[in-house]
Design a binder for this molecule. Structure first.
Ligand SMILES: Nc1nc2c(ncn2[C@@H]2O[C@H](COP(=O)(O)OP(=O)(O)O)[C@@H](O)[C@H]2O)c(=O)[nH]1
Ligand SMILES: [Mg+2]
Ligand SMILES: [Zn+2]
Length: 297
C-alpha cells in the first residue's frame, strides 16, 4: 500500500491508537484516528509519522527529543516528543512542592530541551517565590509572569513561545488550563473535537495532547495528575541537569565525584566560596539521593 505523501503530526497518543493531523494543512484540517503495529513502534504525542492509505503508521520519523518522567521502579516514561520548550508553571498557591523546579529544570536539561518558567497568579502575593525564580533566571532560564485570570502578561508569553511546540507542565491547580484558554481561544472546541474522534471523554484522558496555537505553534498539556519525579540515573547524568556545576566540577579531585563527602570536591568549595548557590547544592543532595534510590529499587 502506498504511503500518503506528507507526514502527519500525532496530537494525542494512546496505547492502541493515536490521533493525528496532517502537518502542512490549515487549522481547519481534520483529526484522524491512526493505528499502528508493534513492528513500527508506539508513537508519542508530538511524533511525526508517515501513514498508508489505511491510516496505519508506516514510519515514525526520527525524534529530536523526548520529554518524560520517572515511574515505578525508576523507569523512564515518555510524555511527548519533538518539543522546542518546556514551560514550567508555578504559583504562590498551591505552594510548590519541594524541589519541584529543580526536578523539572534538571529533567529538561538532561533531555536537552530548553525550559522557561511561568509564574502564574501574579494577582496573589507572589514575593515568596521571587528568590527561587531569580536563581533560575540567573542560570539562563527565562521567567514569564502572567495572570491567567486577567490575561496580564499573556501576550508577552505568546510572543515568547511564537510558533514553537511547547509543553506546559506544573502542579495541579497552578492554572495550566486557565492559561491555555487564554493562549488558545478555541481550546474547548479543539478538546471536544479530540474526544469526539477518540470516543474518550474530555476529562478521562491522561495522555499529553497538543493544541494548535493561533500563531501556528503547538501547546502540549498534561492532564494526568502525577507528582513529577526523575528516573533512575547516576550522578554524572544528574549533573547534566545542574548545568552550573559542570565548569566547576571538572576541578573535583575525583572524576566520578558525587559532591557529597569526597575530599577535594570543587563543588563544596564553590558553595563555601559562594560561586555555587547553597540552595541549588542542597537540592542536588536530595535529588541525587532520590535518583540513586530509584536505581536501587
Ligand atoms: N487568583 C488567581 N487564580 C487563578 C489564576 N489562574 C487560575 N486560577 C485559578 O486556579 C484554579 C486552578 O486553575 P486551573 O487552570 O484549573 O489549573 P490546572 O490544574 O493547572 O489546570 C482555578 O480555580 C482558577 O480559577 C490567576 O491568575 N489568579
Ligand atoms: Mg488543568
Ligand atoms: Zn565534587
Amino acid at each position: 500500500m502506498p504511503y500518503l505523501q506528507s507526514p502527519w503530526l500525532v496530537v494525542a497518543a494512546h496505547s492502541n491508537s493515536a490521533v493525528a493531523t496532517k502537518l502542512d494543512s490549515g487549522p481547519e484540517s481534520g483529526l484522524q484516528v491512526v493505528r499502528f503495529r508493534r513492528r513500527t513502534g508506539r508513537p508519542l504525542t508530538g511524533d511525526q509519522v508517515r501513514l498508508d492509505e489505511a491510516m496505519t503508521v508506516r514510519e515514525i520519523l526520527p525524534r529530536r527529543n523526548r520529554f518524560g518522567r520517572g515511574i515505578w521502579g525508576g523507569r523512564f516514561r515518555e510524555i511527548a516528543a519533538n518539543l522546542d520548550r518546556i514551560l514550567i508553571m508555578v504559583a504562590a498557591e498551591p505552594v510548590p512542592s519541594r524541589d519541584l523546579l529543580h526536578r523539572y529544570v534538571a529533567a529538561a536539561g538532561i533531555l536537552d530541551i530548553p525550559c522557561s518558567l511561568v509564574l502564574n497568579k501574579t494577582d496573589l502575593d507572589v514575593g515568596k517565590l521571587d528568590a527561587d525564580l531569580e536563581i533560575f533566571q540567573s542560570l539562563g532560564h527565562r521567567v514569564f509572569r502572567v495572570c491567567a485570570n486577567t490575561g496580564a502578561g499573556v501576550d508577552e508569553l505568546a510572543a515568547g513561545i511564537g510558533d514553537q511546540t511547547s509543553l506546559l507542565v506544573g502542579q495541579s491547580g497552578v492554572g495550566k488550563t486557565s492559561l491555555a484558554n487564554r493562549l488558545i481561544p478555541d481550546l474547548k472546541a479543539q478538546t471536544s473535537a479530540l474526544s469526539r474522534v477518540t470516543g474518550k471523554g474530555t476529562h478521562t484522558t491522561t495522555t499529553c495532547r497538543l493544541h494548535r496555537l493561533p500563531d501556528g505553534g503547538w501547546m502540549g498539556d498534561t492532564p494526568g495528575v502525577w507528582e513529577f519525579s526523575l528516573w533512575a540515573m547516576d550522578a554524572i547524568e544528574l549533573e547534566i541537569g545542574f548545568s552550573e556545576f559542570r565548569p566547576i566540577s571538572v576541578h573535583c579531585r575525583f572524576r566520578d565525584c558525587r559532591h557529597l563527602d569526597e575530599p577535594g570536591c570543587a563543588i563544596r568549595q564553590g558553595v563555601e566560596a559562594g560561586t555555587i548557590s547553597d540552595y541549588r547544592y542542597q537540592a542536588w543532595r536530595r535529588l541525587l539521593a532520590e535518583v540513586e534510590e530509584q536505581g536501587a529499587a
